[in-house]
Design a protein around this ligand. Structure first.
Ligand SMILES: *Cc1c(COP(=O)(O)O)cnc(C)c1O
Length: 495
């Protein structure tokens, strides 16, 4: 199977090349040329498999240049041992007779990014070997919180890799900052940047296009790469948990073979929900994909009207991982919707670049509204939902997950659609203690890591072990640089 750029179908490469490259030279995203289909009995075959076995089964159909043996080695390293605190890895919890919650935060950093970032380092290092690349790869990450920690944990002590994470000095939660600055591993570096997330992100982008830096690194046998969600090696492991959730529902006889389900996904960069779309394309009976946004509701408007318009106010919300106005993985969705018409995708992307907006034609708009439903939820409503879920179901959820539950409610009321629905839960509530405590009516918040115990004592829900362990960890990094000096940090780390 070959991978092509969404902006130029003539640019074809193997899976290992697509993963090593991250982004196509023309700025497009590497995407499978043809999507594999599950065999009629595929879902039944996977019913009684472990999560790791399901991961091998699915990933195998996308990665011809990897053997099943290789993939099962990676799957047990990524999801086995005691890396995840749930033996199901991605457990499905029933909330009411027709609503389920797919918990994706049982990994080492308590956010759904672990599902992909525990796998990506194995795929990437193996891809480099297959491509006979002899240099060391240095992963640069700009993060608003969750990705940085998940990438550090995924790449820590992985052979022939270095990782350096930049986060905005005043743009991450105290727990998130502590998680990063206590990171262990011999190949890791963490540094804050004066400014907001955009400053960190722009700074990292500049590093990637810095020719002098590239030459200096080449002399040291190092090249730069990215762990962003545009890399195919991050999207693929995410397809697995949608298939896995369906198999769990089959196994537990909550649904029968062929029964449709809906999925509702709290969305930012469109990576997570795109993986759900690919699962549907493979043959998982998914009826509607419900796209949930916070007040940064650019995707809600796009799905409802066909017009994408990023020219709007940016809000800092209590679901910060969804505070995004340019959803980069939407490009892969457009490529699918216009049946791989690369010139059409190029046109939309250049309009987005030039004017901040584009509008799809009626044909694409019809397809879009057939596959997706969309809605959004503001902070006040998010808090109410956290409070209500706790009161009615004794179920503690984080603000991102709460956005999804609210949008599902809205969708059900508007459409009357009673299809059983899987709501995707993307972070442990303990990552966002202050918002969650606020939603439960607490006004006096404890300082530092004591806030973890405060939430645990109030609810009786135990603090996840990786967060509880923060109390006893040494702070290893206390670096801050200005945007202009990020390049010095990279050189310093690699010297
Ligand atoms: C990254 C993230 C999201 C958004 O996922 P996308 O793939 O960018 O849509 C949602 N919730 C949490 C907690 C996240 O970390």
């Amino acid at each position: 199977m070959y991978y092509v750029s969404t902006r130029n179908k003539q640019d074809r490469c193997t899976a290992a090349q697509a993963i090593a490259r991250g982004l196509a030279a023309d700025g497009g995203l590497m995407t499978p040329e043809v999507f594999p289909k599950l065999s009629p009995n595929g879902l039944n075959t996977m019913r009684d498999m472990s999560y790791q076995q399901r991961a091998v089964f699915i990933m195998n159909s996308y990665l011809d240049d990897f053997t099943s043996f290789e993939l099962s080695t990676y799957a047990s390293k990524a999801y086995g041992g005691n890396k995840f605190d749930a033996k199901e890895v991605a457990p499905v919890r029933q909330v009411d007779p027709s609503t389920y919650c797919l918990e994706l935060w049982h990994g080492p950093t308590c956010a759904f990014k672990d599902m992909a970032l525990q796998m990506l380092p194995h795929l990437l290092t193996a891809s480099l070997k297959k491509n006979q690349e002899s240099k060391t790869v240095c992963i640069l990450v700009a993060t608003s919180g969750d990705t940085g920690k998940a990438a550090l944990e995924g790449f820590r002590d992985v052979d022939r890799t270095r990782i350096l994470v930049f986060y905005p000095k005043d743009g991450v939660s105290a727990i998130q900052e502590l998680q990063m600055n206590t990171q262990e591993g011999g190949n890791v570096g963490v540094c804050s940047v004066v400014g907001n997330f955009d400053d960190a992100q722009t700074g990292v982008k500049k590093l990637f296009s810095d020719e002098i830096l590239r030459e200096q690194l080449a002399e040291r046998e190092v090249f730069l790469s990215s762990a962003n969600s545009i890399n195919w090696g991050r999207v693929l492991p995410q397809i697995v948990y949608y298939v896995s959730a369906y198999c769990d529902l089959l196994r537990d006889e909550k649904i029968q073979k062929g029964d449709p389900i809906n999925v509702c996904v709290p969305t930012g960069n469109f990576g997570n929900i795109l993986a759900a779309y690919y699962a549907k394309e493979m043959g998982v009976p998914i009826h509607k994909l419900i796209c949930a946004s916070n007040s940064n509701n650019v995707l809600t408007d796009f799905i409802r009207t066909g017009q994408y318009d990023r020219n709007r106010t940016f809000y800092n919300t209590m679901s910060p991982s969804m505070d995004i106005l340019i959803s980069s993985n939407l490009e892969r969705m457009l490529f699918a919707l216009c049946e791989h018409d690369d010139s059409q995708v190029r046109e939309y992307m250049s309009q987005l670049n030039a004017t901040g907006m584009y509008k799809v034609g009626p044909n694409i708009q019809t397809k879009l509204s057939k596959i997706f439903a969309a809605g959004y939820c503001d902070d006040a409503q998010t808090q109410k939902v956290i409070g209500r879920m706790w009161k009615e179901h004794s179920y503690l959820i984080d603000p991102h997950t709460a956005v999804a539950f609210d949008v599902l409610d809205q969708y059900r009321q508007e459409s009357g659609d009673a299809t059983p629905t899987v709501v995707v839960s993307t972070a442990s509530p303990f990552k966002f203690c202050d918002s969650v405590l606020g939603a439960l009516g607490v006004t006096e918040l404890a300082e530092g890591t004591a806030i973890l115990d405060q939430l645990s004592e109030l609810t009786g829900v135990p603090v996840p072990a990786p967060l509880a362990a923060l109390k006893n960890k040494n702070v290893r990094f206390q670096n801050t640089v200005s945007k202009e000096h990020m390049v010095d940090k990279v050189l310093e780390m690699l010297s």
